[in-house]
Design a protein around this ligand. Structure first.
Ligand SMILES: Nc1ncnc2c1ncn2[C@@H]1O[C@H](COP(=O)(O)OP(=O)(O)O)[C@@H](O)[C@H]1O
Ligand SMILES: [Mg+2]
Length: 367
């Protein structure tokens, strides 16, 4: 697995381990190279070690072993305040008794900067996050989204070289979250700061990050740009974790340089590229629901199709998800985008239909 950035690494994690003792290895041999200006996301379910990794970057936690290097400097032994790093906490941790203005100025005052300099920087930050009109308010007089922007402005005020965001939008509701994701990326890119964010929300990671790492039980499973991880997951776990997927177990029955055939319980897959494997090897075939089509009539080809019965369907507005029960009893998820107001074939509960997909819809997984 390659965690190497395209550009020279600005932030390097080398075999970083955090062992809390008593069998609790929160971060287990993590190596990543992150380029300057990147927005890098660590994505994983709760308890997989994301916050612990960020806290080691910030200096609140000491690695059990391994090295963290920022811009050529080994950070070992440097206390948090001496690192050119700012961490924005999940809870925002704004000072409730201070105004927006004073919250943003807080770190600058502690550094003993000149008054005029502080004022100029605070005004610039307020402008950046579009909160000029709210400078005199207290945090409780702001919406969740506005509080999030104050926390961001405060984090950026000291011009950190590295910005760490722990579940930055966790406190916001879904709609506001989606709007704020793009806003946040725009601000980070405008400032040009390198950013490592952690989230358990895959859509958030995919929308915001230039690259992401899927993390499980303290380890990185796969690192790459969002589209690469979605379209070519390396393992069953990653395929299943990112987005929706149909996983089918099968046996390699034909292996040619330009194609392979995989026999599964409900269908024969014709995969339009070669893979390294041996005759009769057991593999998993992953197909995303949106890469499958439905029709009432049997397709011409014997490959890449399966007959089933519509078990249920869920309407999501822009698309509908059908769950097809196949002959073996297995379920197949099919997502059809609602480009028309009504489906011509009017497929509904209990209807029989054919699911079919193309020769390049599959990902063949061997681990
Ligand atoms: N100070 C600590 N002492 C012991 N175990 C800890 C400590 N901090 C975190 N852990 C454990 O390390 C694991 C990872 O935690 P954390 O990094 O908070 O995960 P995440 O942020 O991905 O939810 C969890 O099993 C957690 O219980
Ligand atoms: Mg956490």
């Amino acid at each position: 697995m390659s965690g190497t950035a395209v550009n020279p690494a600005y932030l390097q994690l080398q075999h970083v381990v955090k062992d809390f003792g008593a069998g609790a290895v929160a971060v287990n041999d993590v190596s990543i190279d992150i380029a300057k200006g990147e927005i890098f996301a660590l994505l994983g379910s709760s308890g997989c070690g994301k916050t612990t990794l960020l806290r080691m970057l910030a200096g609140f936690e000491t690695p059990t072993s391994g090295r963290i290097i920022l811009n050529g400097q080994d950070l070992a032994g440097l206390p948090p305040y001496a690192r050119p790093i700012n961490m924005m906490f999940q809870s925002y941790a704004l000072f409730p008794h201070l105004s927006v203005w004073d919250n943003i100025a807080f770190g600058l005052r502690r550094e003993g900067q000149a008054k005029a300099e502080i004022a100029a920087r605070v005004e610039a930050m307020l402008k950046l996050v579009q909160l000029e009109k709210f400078a005199r308010r207290k945090p409780h007089q702001l919406s969740g989204g506005q509080q999030q922007r104050v926390a961001l402005a405060r984090s950026l005020a000291k011009k950190p070289q590295l910005l760490l965001l722990d579940e930055p939008l966790g406190a916001l509701d879904k709609k506001l979250r989606e709007e704020t994701q793009i806003e946040l990326v725009n601000i980070i890119e405008e400032v040009g700061v390198t950013c490592v964010m952690v989230t358990h929300d895959q859509e958030e990671a995919m929308t915001m990050a230039s690259r992401l790492a899927v993390m499980s039980e303290g380890r990185l499973l796969q690192v790459g740009p969002p589209a690469e991880i979605y379209e070519t997951p390396a393992t069953r776990f990653v395929a299943d974790f990112i987005g929706n997927v149909n996983l089918m177990e099968g046996r390699l029955s034909t292996i040619e340089p330009d194609h392979v055939i995989i026999d599964c319980a409900d269908c024969q897959h014709y995969v339009g590229h070669g893979i390294t494997g041996s005759q009769d090897m057991l593999v998993s075939v992953a197909i995303r629901p949106e890469k499958i089509h439905l029709s009432r009539h049997a397709p011409d080809e014997a490959f890449n199709c399966a007959r089933g019965v519509v078990q249920d369907l869920a309407y999501f507005g822009s698309y509908t998800v059908y769950r097809m029960k196949l002959a073996s009893g297995a379920m197949l998820k099919v997502s059809i985008s609602n480009t028309q107001r009504h489906r011509e074939d009017g497929l509904t509960w209990g209807d029989e239909a054919w699911a079919h997909w193309s020769r390049n819809a599959h990902v063949v997984l061997t681990q």
